[in-house]
Design a protein around this ligand. Structure first.
Ligand SMILES: [Zn+2]
Ligand SMILES: [Zn+2]
Length: 216
């Protein structure tokens, strides 16, 4: 039987995000280096980088997406090719994502300073359980997993990389053929295993070292 398990980092930023420096070439190079089969490009409120990478790359599955700023926290929209209005409620945001044919994932829902916290419900299609940039990592992973189980929602993972070297520290194993539609369908039905670890501190500190202002 064909092995359809794909290793995909479902939360990646590019330099088209206001707070990331990663070029599209670096995404491709690091995805290969980390043994990823694919990435979801989820820049803050813009889709330009995602669309450019979809055009540019054939040897990697690229899921176009966006990380939407809602009135209550961040929502990952996957399989989306146009921006989603910002600062709406999570409920309204999810509706718009669904109308556009995408799926809505609760991004780092239990991180204290930027999480959706009490605003995640079963309208979401999945919960991001492992986020390699989350702090404190183990507590937020534990709480997010608990939330996903309570709501009976599929579980995903992503690095939330804002710098190329952070790519792939967390990833989702998806049981699907390497096509965007198949992957999105598999996530929706819960054919996923969230995996990964926290981005090491020596890499995280570089964010400050380069003097890049990072708005979370
Ligand atoms: Zn976020
Ligand atoms: Zn992010």
């Amino acid at each position: 039987m064909r092995d359809l398990r794909l290793k995909i980092d479902l939360h990646v930023h590019t330099r088209y995000s206001h707070d990331s420096t990663t070029t599209l070439d670096e995404i491709v190079a690091y995805a290969k280096k980390r043994g990823l089969d694919g990435v979801a490009i989820t820049d803050h409120d813009v889709v330009e980088g995602a669309l450019k990478l979809v055009q540019k790359v054939k040897e990697l599955v690229v899921i176009p997406g966006v990380e939407v700023t809602t009135s209550r926290g961040h929502v990952l929209a996957l399989n989306i090719t146009r921006p989603v209005p910002t600062e709406l409620s999570p409920f309204e945001t999810i509706q718009i994502i669904h109308e556009a044919g995408g799926i809505a994932v609760a991004a780092h829902p239990t991180v204290f300073y930027k999480g959706l916290r009490g605003h995640v419900d079963s309208n979401f299609d999945a919960v991001e359980v492992v986020n390699a940039s989350a702090f404190p990592f183990f507590l937020s992973t534990y709480l997010s997993r608990k939330l996903a189980v309570r709501l009976d929602l599929p579980q995903t993972a992503g690095s939330d990389a804002h710098y190329a070297s952070e790519l792939g520290f967390a990833y989702t194993i998806v049981d699907a053929a390497p096509e965007v539609d198949e992957i999105v369908h598999a996530i929706k039905k819960g054919a996923t295993v969230p995996c990964g670890k926290a981005i090491p501190w020596k890499l995280r500190l570089k964010r400050g070292y380069f003097g890049i202002k990072k708005k979370l």
